[in-house]
Design a protein around this ligand. Sequence first.
Ligand SMILES: C[S@@+](CC[C@H](N)C(=O)[O-])C[C@H]1O[C@@H](n2cnc3c(N)ncnc32)[C@H](O)[C@@H]1O
Length: 351
Amino acid sequence: MAIDNDKLQEFLGKFVSDLGATAAAASVVIGHNLGLYKALAGKPATAEELANRTHTTPRYVAEWLRGQAAGGYIDYDPASDSYSMSEEQAFVLTDPDGPVYAPGAFILALGALKAEPRITEAFRTGNGLGWHEQDNDVFIGSEKFFRNSYIANLVPSWIPSLTGAEDKLRAGATVADVGCGLGASTILLAQEYPNSRFTGSDYHNGSIDLARKRAGDTGVADRVSFEVAAASAFSGADYDLVATFDCLHDMGDPLGTARHVREVLKPDGTWLVVEPAAANDTAGNMNPIGRVYYSFSTLLCVPNALSQPGGYALGAQAGEPAIRQLATDAGFTRFRRAAETPFNIVYEVRP
Ligand SMILES: C[S@@+](CC[C@H](N)C(=O)[O-])C[C@H]1O[C@@H](n2cnc3c(N)ncnc32)[C@H](O)[C@@H]1O
C-alpha cells in the first residue's frame, strides 16, 4: 500500500508537536513551582532578569524560557533577547484561582503518568489500581484541575440551574458532597451558603486529611465536616442536596452509590451529578477533549473502578445515556441535563 506523503507529513507534525508537549509538561510544572510565569507576566525579562526576580539560576531559566517560547506559552523578542507574556497567556498560566489554570492540569498529568508501569502490567492481568495507590500529585493535581471550573461555574451557574436548590442553600440546607477528594467543591459551597451544613466524604483517607486542613484554612470548619466513607455508605439522612463531582464514573459500584443517594435524599431533594463532558457515543468523543479524558481514564478512572467491587468501569467518557441508565436503575424518576461547559456536564437527578 502506497504511503501518501502529505498525510505522512501531517501525522509526523502531530507526533512532533505531541512529543514536545509531553516533554514540556514538566517545564510547565517547574514554572508553577518556581513562580516563573507569575514573575514574567506584565514584566518582560531577559533570562538574567527573570532568574534574579525568582532567585533561580540564569542558565536553567534561559533554557526554560526558550522552550516555553518555542511552544507558544510565552513570546520571544530576538532584538532584545527578552521574553514576555500576552494577556491570554497570563490568563491561562498565572492565576491558580482563575477560571482556568493550565499548570494545575499538568501537575495532574505528571502525577498520573507515574502509574504507567503498573498500568502496563494491569493491561495484562486485568487487575485494578486504586485511587489511593496513585502518586500524591494525582490528588493535588486533580483538585487543581477541577477546582477552577468549580470556581467559574458552581455558584454562578450550576447551582442556579437546579430546580429550587439555590433558595434552599441560602436558607439552610443539608448537603452531602460524595467522592469529594480534597473538598474543593464542598468548601466553595460552604463559603457561599453559610446557613447550610455540608458533609464531604471520600474513601481515600489521605484526601480527607487534606480536605479537613483546607476547610480549617478557609474558615468554614464550623459548617463542614468530612468523613472517610465509600460512596455507597456515607453517613447521614434527609439530605436536601447530594453532589457527586467528577467521581461517579470512577466507582466500581456507581449503581450502589446511586441507590444509597436515593435512600438518603429527602423526597424533594436533588442529586447533582457533575461528570466530564462527553458525547453520547464513542465516535462523538474523537476530539482533543475526548483525548484528554480517555488518557486520564486509562491511567486513573478505569483502573480505580476495576480495583473496587461492583462490576462497573464507566470511564471518564461515559456519556449521558450511561448516567441516565444508572439513575433509572436506582429508581430515580426525573433526570435532566441542567448545564454544561466544554469540560463538564451537569445533571439534575430527582426521586
Ligand atoms: C477525580 S477525583 C474527584 C474528586 C473531587 N470530587 C473533585 O471534584 O475534586 C475522584 C474521587 O473519587 C474518589 N472515589 C473513587 N472511588 C470511590 C468510592 N467508591 N467511594 C468514595 N469515593 C471514591 C477518589 O478517592 C477521588 O477522590
